[in-house]
Design a protein around this ligand. Structure first.
Ligand code: NAP
Length: 330
């Protein structure tokens, strides 16, 4: 049984984009599992943009391991629901070994897919895209859809679900490589590199007939550009605001085009994935079927080693990832 758990701790609250030395890796003694507990050896951690605001707002404690989703193997168990060798998903990421009382731990059963899919396309990223598009935005077949951060974990799934539903899909991303992936692999209709030109103009050219559904991962300038393009009774699903996460209080750039909410009778709805866990079975069935039909593709950007966790988090905030950003814990 390991006597130490190596954990990534926050040393100081970052200002702006986090720096590698805002974090440190420490070795902490770890006990053997007591009654009702299990010991998990983590294999992969999910690296999520939403971790950034939590570093500033006090949710992440200084000198404590950063909380996040992880996949691992049970190496010892005195918990009635889990056995040694089980693959489990849980929230005790940013550490190699985690002792748990079973809270928020669920078993993962593979059906031929790689383990990592359960932190991405078949995990929270996929469920977020599925719920946001189909339940929150109430997407209808054949509509016109805009997805921002479209080459990322959530965005790439949202864009492809919209294609499955026969929609005209425009996606934005920050590099030519990502735009090429969106065109050639995800097969969306138009991919915009938002770093080139004026987004309001490129979006207007890409969606000349307007947008019924905007799946917003970014906020700020993207939201500002999308609002005037929305069609009557259009819906905006507010999934994330990554453009704001590095600023104090996650304050976004000013949104000045809100009058379009009224002109075009729009609905803008924020949502969080955990309100939709009841959809998980349907989501998994649909997603597995789309994967089997070759209609759902995904990418992963994997950094290796706990010491690279800060670089992975900085990377997801600066666009280093194509698809899901993960950390492999060796
Ligand atoms: N509501 C929920 O329940 C929920 C659940 C999961 C995730 N989310 C949100 O969904 C969004 C995407 O999350 P994810 O895990 O799939 O991350 P991701 O899209 O895989 O990675 C983030 C991407 O955002 C882009 N980005 C960074 N700064 C940007 C900016 N200023 N303007 C435009 N794009 C920027 C970068 O790509 P580029 O190279 O394209 O810039 C980066 O790769 C985030 O806002 C996240 O907080 C919400």
């Amino acid at each position: 049984m390991p006597k130490l758990s190596h954990q990534v701790h926050l040393v100081r609250r970052p200002t702006g984009l986090p720096k590698v030395d805002d974090f440190t890796v420490v070795a902490v003694p770890i006990a053997d599992p007591g009654p009702g507990e299990l010991l998990i050896r983590n294999q992969y951690m999910s690296i999520d943009p939403a971790m950034r605001p939590r570093l500033s707002n006090g949710t992440t404690e200084i000198g404590r391991p950063i909380v996040g989703a992880a996949l691992g193997t049970v190496v010892a168990s005195r918990h009635p629901q889990f056995r040694e060798g089980d693959l489990v998903e849980h929230r005790l990421g940013f550490r190699d070994f985690a002792l748990s009382d079973g809270t928020d731990v669920s078993s993962v059963v593979l059906q031929g897919e790689p383990v990592t899919a359960h932190l991405g396309v078949l995990g929270v990223s996929g469920l977020t895209a599925y719920a946001g598009l189909l339940e929150v935005a109430k997407l209808r077949d054949g509509e016109r859809v805009f997805v921002s951060a479209a080459a990322g974990a959530v965005g790439s799934v949202a864009a492809q679900i919209a294609k499955v539903k026969g929609c005209y899909v425009v996606g934005s991303a920050g590099t030519e490589e990502k735009c090429a992936w969106l065109r050639e692999t995800a097969k969306i209709d138009v991919a915009i590199n938002y770093r080139e030109g004026v987004l309001r103009k490129t979006l207007k050219a890409a969606a000349p007939e307007g947008i019924d559904v905007y799946f917003d991962n970014v906020g700020g300038e993207h939201l500002n550009a999308a609002l005037p393009r929305m069609r009557v009774r259009g819906r905006i699903a507010v999934c994330g605001m990554i453009s704001a996460y590095n600023s104090d209080g996650a304050i976004s750039e000013g949104v000045t085009t809100l009058a379009n909410m009224m002109y075009n009778r729009l609905t803008m709805t924020g949502f969080i994935w955990w309100d939709f866990v009841h959809l998980r079975e349907q989501f998994l069935a649909d997603m597995r079927s789309w994967i089997a039909q070759g209609r759902m593709h995904w990418e992963e950007t994997i950094l290796d080693g706990l010491e690279n966790a800060p670089a992975a988090l900085i990377g997801v905030l600066t666009g280093r990832n194509l698809g899901k950003m993960l950390l492999k814990i060796t």
